[in-house]
Ligand binder design. Structure first.
Ligand code: PLP
Length: 514
């Protein structure tokens, strides 16, 4: 199989080798509990203090706090809970607190969902209202001016996860200073870390959540910046860790790993300079435009992070494009990773005024700020291959698919990747059939697998092939696709037609790729 070209960094990133080493060290050598007063505990405490210190320098916390959390979602909950508890106390005292919880229309769902949740649980009774963005994805400042005087809390992200659009935080701050001097301000900095300079204590930002796994640390670690003097209510009470701000024994492996990433960022180790990243993004954009005639970008280049491209290809759905790229070993996504499982068009592109049809066919490409020139060259070569495959084989029109017959007893029909070699040995004349669409098969450039020829019989035209497959009932058939779903459909069709000697690769090629 081809090696993977991972271009979905805004969804998550692999851990940096230094982060893995630091996590292992925190589990093996400096494994103490940082609350213990013996030497093992003190060694862990030093590690924790060091991670907090480097975080403080990288994001410029000044006299504010950095609290380690399980990720950005927890950091957002903590910030919103803190703000709303303050609102409630002031409501009880009869103070005017404003009636709106305002959030940018393109925020990650973690923000509005959290606002609605805690507003309901705490009974604060504020209106959760979206602040519109313009066609470039920038917050409408005139609307902010109108709404800000009524806002108790304003939430605006630093950079958008789907489009990379960088908010004009200085302009937002100016509006808040003039029109909402008492409103609290949360800025989701998840996608900004490592890509934009941050000096939080120089701003009036009250809360800023971060996520480790978006920048080479493992999943399950994040942090929250809290401005000195900003209201605070712990989300988790218990043993009093994190100075009582977030109880629970610290995730030391995660904290050590995040600390290692932040040290690398501080020292510039491997992190590319902005002008290099812009050059790499432009190279990818040019490769895409050549490979897919008519391709349109859905973000303003001059107002976006240098590591993100969001685009549509006329005549191809996002699903088609993701399958095409996936077949070529290129991993990217349609919108955010969290909404990938929901088929709805992107709310971010919708808020920027894109019609549903276009918002529903968008694809996001995002790379990490340590990407090398060689990596981007390899990505461009794959993009060219994908373009050529799509030009040769148009995706089939989307039709209401007839339900496949349900196979009650699959028996031994599932072949798992670890059993594949043995299966092929037992069935030396087995026919390998790729049931993915022709454009995917071509992008995969895989005429052979395990030294055997591969035939392509796409599922969309599979019915027409059943008779031919039945003509050789003694010859085993091994069907495969990307995830194992389409091969199972085809298997059910053949078994229902009476072919007993047919198998499929359970879990698909995805599990065969490392
Ligand atoms: N905010 C933004 C902008 C994000 O992109 C994400 C993750 O996709 C989150 C918040 C949630 O982060 P976490 O996975 O650390 O909870």
């Amino acid at each position: 199989m081809t090696n993977e070209v991972y271009l979905d960094a805004n969804a998550t990133s692999p851990a940096l080798p230094a982060a893995i080493a630091a996590a292992v060290d925190a589990m093996q050598t400096r494994f103490g509990n940082p609350s213990s007063i013996h030497a093992a505990g003190l060694r862990a405490r030093a590690l924790l203090d060091d991670a907090r210190a480097v975080a403080g320098r990288v994001i410029g916390v000044g006299d504010g706090d950095v609290i380690f959390t399980s990720g950005a979602t927890e950091a957002i909950q903590t910030a919103v809970l803190s703000a709303l508890c303050d609102v409630r106390e002031r409501q009880i005292k009869g103070e005017a607190v404003g009636e709106l919880l305002l959030y940018g229309a393109t925020e990650h769902k973690a923000v509005p969902e959290c606002l609605a949740h805690w507003n309901r649980i705490l009974g604060t009774g504020l209106a959760v209202q979206a602040l519109a963005v313009d066609a470039d994805g920038l917050h409408k400042l005139d609307e902010l001016q109108t709404l800000a005087p009524r806002a108790a809390l304003v939430c605006t992200m630093a950079a958008n996860n789907e489009t990379g659009v960088v908010s004009d935080l200085a302009a937002i701050e100016a509006v808040l200073n003039e029109h909402a001097p008492r409103a609290l301000w949360l800025v989701d900095c998840v996608q900004a870390l490592g890509k934009l300079p941050l000096q939080l204590s120089a701003t009036r930002i009250d809360y800023a959540p971060f996520s480790g796994h978006k920048l080479y640390a493992p999943k399950g670690i994040g942090m929250l910046y809290v401005r000195r003097g900003a209201p605070f209510t712990p989300l988790m009470k218990g043993g009093g860790q994190e100075d009582g701000l977030r109880s629970g024994t610290e995730n030391m492996a995660g904290i050590a790993a995040l600390g290692a990433v932040l040290h690398a960022l501080e020292d510039g180790q491997g992190f590319r300079l902005p002008h290099d990243l812009y050059r790499l993004r432009d190279q990818l954009a040019a490769a895409l435009s050549v490979a897919f005639p008519g391709l349109v970008f859905n973000m303003p280049f001059e107002r976006s992070l240098p590591t993100v491209l969001n685009f549509c290809v006329p005549g191809a759905s996002s699903n088609d494009l993701l399958k095409l790229f996936d077949a070529a070993g290129v991993r990217l996504s349609a919108g955010s990773a969290c909404s990938a499982a929901k088929a709805a068009p992107s709310h971010v592109l919708g808020a920027m005024g894109l019609a549903d049809a276009r918002a529903g066919s968008a694809v996001r490409l995002s790379f990490s700020p340590t990407a090398t020139d060689d990596f981007i060259d390899a990505a461009c070569a794959r993009i060219a291959r994908c373009g050529a495959a799509l030009a040769r084989h148009a995706p089939p029109p989307v039709e209401g698919k007839a339900p496949s017959p349900v196979l009650v007893d699959r028996g031994d029909a599932d072949i798992h990747i670890e059993d594949l070699a043995a299966f092929l040995q037992q069935h030396p004349d087995a026919r390998l059939i790729d049931v993915r669409e022709a454009f995917e098969h071509a992008a995969g450039a895989q005429p052979e697998w395990h030294g055997r020829q591969v035939d392509n019989l796409p599922l969309s035209a599979f019915e027409g092939q059943i008779e031919l497959c039945l003509a050789e009932p003694q010859r085993a058939l091994l069907l495969f696709c990307r995830s194992g779903n389409r091969s199972l459909d085809a298997l059910c069709m053949l078994r229902a037609a009476g072919h007993a000697n047919v198998y499929h690769l359970a879990g698909g090629l995805a599990l065969a790729t490392r």
